[in-house]
Design a binder for this molecule. Structure first.
Ligand SMILES: [Zn+2]
Length: 501
């Protein structure tokens, strides 16, 4: 084999994998948005077939041979090609370690789990979903052992979403957070609560909220010619290439803030994908570096920009123009306080900045327990509720608002949750670094966010997957990751809002 032959085989297979992923992604997006309810079975069959094709391409001996040849001849490759081969081999070794029938069976299992979870959540019926959780976790433990027999399976799983992440690192991270956030939350709860009652009791028509979505996406510089907006039960972002990204939101007519922050959050994910370097397009290096880095970008937009006083003052006139009767007599300052109200709550996706990481901590500890066998699936609702009492001080009234609330387990995203909290913490440190060279508040007040998005593009977005997440982060920050930036940010912000001394 010559280098040129190996490269041709490799590029051909990458193109096929990308095409299949595109097709499967569109099918899933269609299933989540406009497909009729009875369509799940047929879609499941097609997805299982395509997933089999994908497995065969990824594990084709010709591809494996080409990748091995290329990795043995690094001097004949560009820096980007070397990185692409490295990432490919990481992924393919995982896939190839799983027997084909188990790999395809897992896709079928997830498709079924998704439908069962939707119904179980509606009916608050944990028992119907429990057997599927067991199957999904068992499969993930088995796959992790096939891939790295000598490593703790949950470490393997964490590292699949965030290269190099381990339970030891995650434990230390959450330890640092808990130590500062739990006492801060207690002090906040001892103060009079922010009044956000003006946000409730009125109707914010979906039609008008859609216009608000358009305004917000334009403001944060999302190019709508390359980014579609859909409506789903749970907001998410999916991406096929840098000219086709989809975000979704959910409109609650009784309160416009829910969709507002979903749109800004998903818009942050979209911006990252839309600004991946042109030279990476069509390679395995396009798109986000990891789930945590992705969340750092979405939560950057949502919280560090979207929940800042400057941002609320900027957009409040537009909110009043769109909702003149609903917001009559309300001030921008009232809105700023309302969107930053901190209080323990039941639903992670609706949690405030201060309590959010505690919701994630509950899920992390549960996943760890399910992996090492210290928690049994039948005990989940009880364990969940006890942890909400311990960390957030609240009682969970039913499983719909408890253990059944998230779609992650039914989608097979086991080990994903820590990404959210890590992403928030990465974002706080990126903000501190950005402020050394960018007048962040000034940019927001001017209504031109390009100095902010330009900095993110320059230091994060354009690199795609060229670096492992911590390496990328340290390059952007000029120092190692330190969760203190996040806890300091929270302490300063909530001390002011709640008048703590
Ligand atoms: Zn997100």
């Amino acid at each position: 084999m010559t280098t040129q032959e190996a490269k041709t085989i490799f590029r051909g297979h990458v193109a096929q994998m990308k095409a299949l992923r595109h097709a499967m992604g569109i099918l899933s997006y269609d299933g989540a948005t406009t497909a009729p309810v009875e369509s799940a079975e047929g879609r499941g069959r097609t997805l299982a077939y395509l997933s089999g094709c994908s497995y065969e391409i990824q594990t084709d001996p010709a591809l494996e041979e080409a990748a091995r040849y290329l990795s043995q001849h690094p001097e004949e490759l560009s820096e980007l090609e070397r990185r692409e081969i490295q990432l490919f081999r990481r992924g393919s070794e995982y896939t190839a370690s799983i027997p084909r029938d188990e790999f395809v069976g897992y896709t079928t299992l997830l498709n079924k789990a998704d439908a069962v979870w939707h119904k179980a959540k509606l009916d608050s019926d944990f028992a119907s979903f429990a057997p599927l959780i067991r199957e999904i976790f068992d499969a993930n433990v088995r796959f992790a052992k096939y891939y790295k027999p000598d490593q703790a399976p949950y470490d393997t799983q964490l590292s699949r979403y965030e290269q190099g992440l381990t339970m030891a690192r995650t434990d230390a991270f959450f330890g640092a957070l808990k130590e500062r956030i739990v006492p801060l939350l207690k002090r906040v709860m001892a103060r009079p609560q922010v009044d956000d009652s003006f946000l409730w009791g009125k109707v914010y028509p979906t039609e008008v909220q859609r216009k608000f979505t358009d305004y917000l996406l334009e403001l944060i510089t999302v190019d709508r010619r390359r980014c579609g907006v859909g409506e789903t039960e749970h907001p998410f972002t999916t991406f096929f290439n840098k000219k086709d990204v989809r975000v979704t939101t959910h409109y609650h007519e009784e309160n416009p803030v829910y969709s507002m922050y979903s749109v800004i959050h998903e818009g942050g994910h979209a911006l990252y994908e839309l600004h991946s370097g042109d030279e990476l397009e069509g390679t395995l290096l396009s798109g986000g570096a990891s789930m945590s880095i992705h969340e750092s970008q979405s939560r950057f937009m949502e919280n560090y920009i979207g929940r800042s006083r400057a941002f609320i003052e900027l957009i409040f006139p537009k909110m009043q123009e769109l909702f003149p009767e609903q917001l009559a007599g309300v001030t921008a300052e009232q809105m700023y306080l309302a969107v930053n109200k901190a209080q323990p709550s039941l639903i992670r996706t609706e949690a405030d900045e201060l309590t959010y990481a505690l919701h994630v901590l509950v899920r992390y500890e549960i996943e760890k327990g399910l992996f090492d066998g210290s928690i049994a699936v039948e005990e989940l609702p009880g364990v969940w509720n006890a942890k909400y009492r311990e960390y957030l001080g609240i009682d969970v009234p039913d499983d719909r608002r408890g253990v059944l609330q998230d779609s992650h387990w039914s989608n097979g995203n086991v080990g994903y949750f820590p990404s959210y909290a890590l992403g928030s913490a990465y974002g706080a440190q990126l903000l501190a670094k950005m402020k050394q060279s960018v007048d962040v508040e000034g940019a927001i007040r001017s209504g031109d966010l390009r100095p902010i998005t330009g900095w993110l593009e320059e230091h994060i977005w354009k690199y795609g997957k060229r670096y492992d997440p911590l390496e990328l982060l340290e390059k952007a920050l000029g120092e190692p990751f330190d969760p203190r930036y996040f806890t300091d940010y929270l302490e300063e912000k909530f001390t002011k809002i709640y008048g703590l001394d």
